[in-house]
Write a protein that binds this ligand. Structure first.
Ligand SMILES: CC(C)(COP(=O)(O)OP(=O)(O)OC[C@H]1O[C@@H](n2cnc3c(N)ncnc32)[C@H](O)[C@@H]1OP(=O)(O)O)[C@@H](O)C(=O)NCCC(=O)NCCS
Length: 199
């Protein structure tokens, strides 16, 4: 599939490698603020020249801009762009797992039986999402984090590197779980601080 990446900064460049590893063709980047390199132009311009019936889209905006990521995803899919799920060939995804559109599963991540990874969720390298867990839409699971069995994480949550969420625990939406934090039945993580919009 010929893919555009929305965004052109650090996370977008990382996704470029993922797009190639999966076997898609990267056409270029969309950026409403920056130009140069492989940036094709702003979304409005690119939409005219690279229409949704011929190109797919990947959201390359990182976890500092949760709300913008989701808004852009909704707009682009509303315009007709398909956002494929990107699973790195070195990830393990159980055949019973469900990966919704726009989800990204990076190298050496484990997505176990009957897991659901929501739209636009990102499972970073080495993260382990154990059986029957649900990762909400637009949620980031950082490197080495572990979601034990039957965990449910809401939408737009940041799960820090190496964090552990114990079995059967439900985490609300818009939460920030620190690196190495252990989340049990009695500990709801802090609310994620929303950052101002920016480039
Ligand atoms: C590493 C860490 C434990 C350091 O904590 P600390 O030294 O006590 O510092 P703070 O609690 O002031 O937090 C520092 C950063 O954490 C993030 N952070 C902490 N609490 C947050 C919250 N409730 N909502 C959003 N971001 C938060 C912010 O990025 C903050 O950076 P800022 O100062 O630019 O806003 C903590 O910041 C953390 O867990 N960060 C995530 C690291 C990670 O998992 N990275 C993986 C990326 S793939």
């Amino acid at each position: 599939m010929r893919l555009l990446i929305y965004g052109s900064q650090i996370y977008a460049r990382l996704l470029c490698e993922q797009v190639r590893a999966v076997g898609h063709e990267l056409v270029g980047y969309i950026d409403d603020f920056n130009s140069g390199g492989q940036v094709l132009g702003s979304y409005e311009r690119v939409r005219q020249e690279y229409p949704p019936d011929s190109y797919g889209l990947v959201i390359g905006i990182g976890y500092k801009y949760f709300d913008e990521r989701w808004a852009i995803y909704q707009r682009a899919t509303g315009d007709g762009y398909v956002c494929p799920s990107l699973v790195h060939p070195e990830a393990y995804v159980a055949t019973t797992a469900t990966l919704l559109p726009g989800s990204v599963v990076m190298a050496r991540a484990i997505i176990d039986h009957r897991v659901t990874a929501g739209e636009l969720s990102v499972i970073w390298p080495g993260a382990n999402v154990s059986h029957d867990s649900v990762v909400g839409r637009n949620t980031f699971v950082s490197p080495g984090a572990v979601l034990c069995g039957r965990v449910e994480v809401g939408h737009s949550v940041f799960v820090g590197a190496g964090a552990i969420i114990a079995d059967n625990v439900r985490v609300g939406s818009n939460r920030f779980i620190r690196a190495g934090e252990v989340v049990g039945p009695k500990s709801q993580p802090s609310v994620r601080v929303t950052r101002p919009s920016g480039k």
